[in-house]
Design a protein around this ligand. Sequence first.
Ligand code: ADP
Ligand code: ADP
Length: 226
Amino acid sequence: MARIELTDIRKVYPGGVEAVKGVSLGIDDGEFVVLVGPSGCGKSTLLRMVAGLESITSGTIQIGERVVNELEPAERDIAMVFQNYALYPHMSVRQNLEYGLKNRKMPKPEIARRVDEAAGILEIAPLLARKPGQLSGGQRQRVAMGRAIVREPAAFLFDEPLSNLDAKLRVQMRAEIRRLQRRLATTSLYVTHDQLEAMTLADQLVVMNGGRIEQAGRPMDLYERP
Ligand code: ADP
Ligand code: ADP
């Protein structure tokens, strides 16, 4: 686990669009922060900068003790959960979960321990031998989360992970993420345009608009004012 500190982050894209206009934000150890706001307000740009998938025009991003501005995604000790599941179709669920760890040359018993633990937490142990094509949408989403969990990262970054699911499944997976969040208590930054999702999940809710933070606070304090 680690605290994340964003200080005066700006992003100007090569054609001149200023997508993020000076954002400062602290995410405490174990805190679940949800970024909401209308389409185009800069949410995913900000998340992608924390992930290292997009360069920063100015400002600093600190994860734990380290300033990570110049670090590659793999060096940041974070794990992303995307809306498109990004599972390898020709591999079994177990192989999908093992893949990143094998690339890091982790010892086999440690890989097995992590995969079995994640499968237990996500209740996908009976599915380990299946291929992604033999899973439902919700099961695939769980495996995608499993791929993030086995990394045992300092922080999770979620980019609209539920937006491809139908309404019923979205509600179910929302509850699932809440359960995980309670159990793992890993520092998390979660982007969504769904207000209800945001209010259900957030310890701290951050409302963005036009590349800036408009409001931030506990969901109760932001929405239950007269
Ligand atoms: P959100 O995630 O809130 O929908 P984005 O971060 O995707 O917002 O986009 C913020 C702004 O930056 C928008 O005006 C968008 O058009 C622009 N933008 C996003 N990605 C790029 C890019 N790769 N190149 C140029 N402009 C971009
Ligand atoms: P590694 O575990 O060695 O990073 P992978 O093949 O899993 O290898 O990942 C390749 C690249 O994709 C790396 O940059 C890695 O950080 C990134 N990556 C893979 N899965 C995730 C994830 N869930 N979250 C964040 N980055 C990921």
